[in-house]
Design a binder for this molecule. Structure first.
Ligand code: HEC
Length: 122
């Protein structure tokens, strides 16, 4: 009989926990991803930026981690835009148009603003 109660308790705890987790959604720090940021994310995936860059430490190691790339320095956004426009010796030019560059920057900003790393180091 006791075992039955333990089982019931664990089962209902798990059920409540699952409902909470699955209804919470995917908002990070209460921020939803804008349509522009979503398009930027698709571009990031399409051009396989992750082959050379990490986000939250995951990805390739040829280029720098991009989690906080936009807020790292005062001119980071300008540098990022210029890099995306021309490429460098080590980073290819993806022939992105102004809109696409803007979308990728918006995506990188979204990651930057919602990052947990920021709140820990502040
Ligand atoms: C072949 C590897 C490679 C790929 C693919 C690549 N990058 Fe890079 N990226 C680099 C390297 C290397 C740097 C550092 C600048 C340099 O030394 O050329 C860099 C720098 C950057 C920077 C500046 C970061 C900083 O903190 O200065 C941004 C932003 C960036 N890349 C975004 C992207 C995006 C977005 C994509 C996909 C569209 C992409 N990269 C694809 C190699 C790559």
């Amino acid at each position: 009989m006791k075992k039955g109660f333990v089982f019931l308790f664990l089962f209902s705890s798990f059920l409540v926990y699952s409902i909470l987790v699955y209804t919470k959604g995917t908002k990070a720090n209460g921020k939803t991803m804008s349509a522009e940021a979503v398009r930027g994310k698709f571009l990031y995936q399409k051009h396989n930026c992750t082959a050379c860059h990490q986000i939250y430490g995951l990805g390739g190691y040829l280029g720098p981690d991009l989690t906080n790339a936009i807020s790292a320095k005062e001119n980071s956004e300008i540098v990022a835009k210029a890099l995306l426009k021309t490429g460098t010796q080590r980073m290819p030019d993806f022939h992105l148009n102004e809109n696409e560059i803007e979308e990728i920057i918006t995506y990188l900003k979204y990651i930057d603003e919602t990052t947990v790393i920021n709140t820990i180091t502040e």
